[in-house]
Ligand binder design. Structure first.
Ligand code: C5P
Length: 276
């Protein structure tokens, strides 16, 4: 029997510390090799089983977020086969390369599994390539088109600043603007990193192959990266996903907050975070 008690879920932002595009399938989807982590900022959801699905969107980033069947949270309830009353308290910018919609949908699937005692039906990748990794949000290597997930041992505490300059970049356009889809993968085996500095050093040998095309489509992303790279506390700055959100890694929360305070620009979303 499904419980009608509301279930609360947190939908953390997903960050691609690296994102190698290593090939293209015959259906047009790209093969990826990516190191994915999750932030301590995200959206908050309340999910209650119901006789029909209803979505209400609240919170500081609610503007423009659909509250109907176009929203991935609605599709997630359909996928689960359980109508639900969903309140989505939105903090993350949309179409931002940090998996907001996918993480929200994954949170609905977790909440419905909890409320009904049933397991999440397979095939969640049909809801989006980023969805499977968001179901159990923890550091992972992501391969295939997003469906092959290898969880990683816990990473050292990594502090970072997330910066979104307020432009939405359409993922299909970024993939279409890639110069080459055939790029080398990450190293076959990933090492263990004792601290953030070692991880940042290792990441310098990796890439986000979507960064150059996104910078061409939205040059402000290049400005964000230049500003982040100039900060003395910044170990590494890169774009996440297909953008436009960028991150700068640093060693302490205080340093992340110092960068955030210095870089703030009206209209930009700037957020100090801890990544796990
Ligand atoms: O699956 P998702 O909705 O995130 O993907 C958006 C678009 O990004 C896809 O329609 C496709 O054009 C592109 N994409 C891709 N290869 C991937 C993931 C996404 O080409 N692995």
């Amino acid at each position: 029997m499904p419980t009608e008690r509301p279930v609360q879920e947190f939908a953390p932002a997903k960050i691609n510390l690296s994102l190698h595009v290593t090939g293209r399938r015959s259906d047009g989807y790209h093969l990826l090799d990516s190191l994915v982590v999750f932030a301590d900022v995200g959206d908050h959801l309340q999910v209650t089983t119901a006789s029909e699905t209803r979505v209400s969107v609240t919170g500081p980033r609610a503007d423009g977020v659909p509250d109907d069947a176009r929203n991935l949270v609605w599709k997630a309830a359909d996928h689960f086969g359980q109508p639900a009353d969903i309140t989505l308290d939105k903090y993350l910018p949309a179409a931002a390369g940090i998996g907001g919609g996918s993480s929200d949908a994954a949170a609905v699937l977790r909440a419905l599994a909890q409320a009904t005692g049933r397991s999440i039906p397979p095939g969640t990748d049909r809801l989006g390539a980023d969805l499977p990794v968001c179901i159990a949000p923890q550091a992972a290597r992501l391969q295939g088109v997003g469906e092959l997930i290898t969880p990683l041992p816990p990473l050292p505490a990594i502090h970072a600043v997330l910066v979104n300059p307020g432009v939405e970049v359409a993922t299909p356009k970024v993939f279409a603007a890639l110069r080459s889809a055939d790029n080398p993968p990450m190293f076959a085996t990933l090492p263990q990193w004792p601290d953030a500095a070692t991880l940042a050093q290792w990441l310098r040998g990796t890439r986000n192959d979507l960064e150059p095309p996104s910078v061409i489509l939205a040059p402000v992303i290049g400005d964000v990266l230049t500003r982040l790279r100039r900060q003395p506390e910044c170990l590494l700055a890169r774009m996440s996903g297909s953008g436009a959100t960028c991150f700068a890694l640093t060693t302490t929360r205080a340093r992340a907050e110092a960068i955030a305070a210095r870089i703030a620009v009206p209209g930009w979303w700037v957020q100090p975070v801890t990544l796990t």
